[in-house]
Design a protein around this ligand. Structure first.
Ligand code: HXC
Length: 258
């Protein structure tokens, strides 16, 4: 199905979703967030897909929520119509791995959307920031919550209160992104990473994602107990039989359909 504000491609078992409003540096509006939800749910339900990549353009992952759309909102509009809550968090309900590939600006809501991915790979031209304070609002899609969890209180407060942007090298150093890639190689490299993930047993990658996300919502002992149950349950799965037998038989495992 064609989308107005997204470009969607499938590369083997990897779905690539590109935010695509180039004239507005991919500023995130309602239509784009609705379409993103549709595309994400479609690929989450598609048994042929093992990993999803979310990206923007070389110039911008997304320069924020759409300021032109927001400028005249009133509090009753945003509260009554559940602005942000109504369509920004579809990505959090996706059970398959979602890798964010960030080139250019990831600002405000763009940085917040990126942080909802499971992990981020950045191009060397990436810039991350939470400049909402400069347009008179607080972050609204997790910036004050996910940023300190990702990079610690000092760096997060610095970015949130001064609106300072950080470059890809600093983002990698402080743990906001896992790797930095030359900008013109970003998509190629991220697709390679996503193909590696998609070649793993999907039931296991989904459980790892579930367990890691639980680490941010629960106590250490509850989280470790949950992990142990998942590990023990692995022994009832074909993925464990195939993976361990393949190792002992000195061959590559075949996790197709597992
Ligand atoms: C609407 C935007 C936009 C945005 C850029 N554009 N960001 N439109 N919402 N967030 C538009 C510009 O108006 C312009 O349109 C076109 O994209 C190109 O932008 P320029 O500013 O001309 O480009 P440049 O000089 O290269 O500067 C790039 C930039 C700057 C540094 C990223 O655009 C910028 O500061 N953007 C706003 C960043 C921001 O404040 N983000 C947070 C928004 S609040 P025209 O038509 O003039 O060509 C937010 C709240 C989140 O995100 C909370 C809930 C999710």
């Amino acid at each position: 199905m064609p989308y107005e504000d997204l470009i969607v491609e499938v590369h083997d078992k990897v779905a690539l979703i590109r935010l695509n409003r180039p004239k507005a540096l991919n500023a995130l509006n309602d239509n784009m967030m609705n379409e993103l939800g549709e595309a994400l749910y479609k690929f989450d339900a598609d048994p042929a897909i093992g990993c999803i990549v979310l990206t923007g353009s070389e110039k911008a992952f997304a320069a924020g929520a759409d300021i032109a759309a927001m400028v005249d909102y009133t509090f009753p509009d945003t509260y009554r119509d559940n602005y942000i809550g109504r369509n920004w968090e579809h990505i959090l309900r996706i059970r398959k791995p979602v890798v964010g590939a960030v080139a250019g600006y990831a600002l405000g809501g763009g940085c917040e959307l990126a942080m909802m991915c499971d992990f981020l790979i950045a191009a060397d031209n990436a810039k991350f920031g939470q400049p909402e304070i400069k347009v008179g609002v607080t972050p609204g899609a997790g910036g004050t919550q996910r940023l300190p969890r990702a990079i610690g209180k000092a760096k997060a407060m610095d970015m949130l209160l001064t609106a300072r942007t950080i470059d890809a090298a600093e983002a990698e150093r402080i743990g906001l992104v896992s790797r930095v890639i030359q900008a013109d190689k970003l998509i190629e490299e991220v697709l390679t990473v996503a193909r590696q993930i998609a070649a793993m047993p999907l039931s296991v990658s989904m459980q790892i994602k579930d367990a890691v996300n639980r680490a941010f919502e629960t106590t250490l002992s509850e989280g470790v107990t949950y992990e142990r149950r998942l590990f023990q349950a692995s022994f009832g799965t074909p993925a464990q039989k195939e993976g361990m037998k393949a190792f002992l038989e000195k061959r590559l495992p075949n996790f197709e359909g597992l």
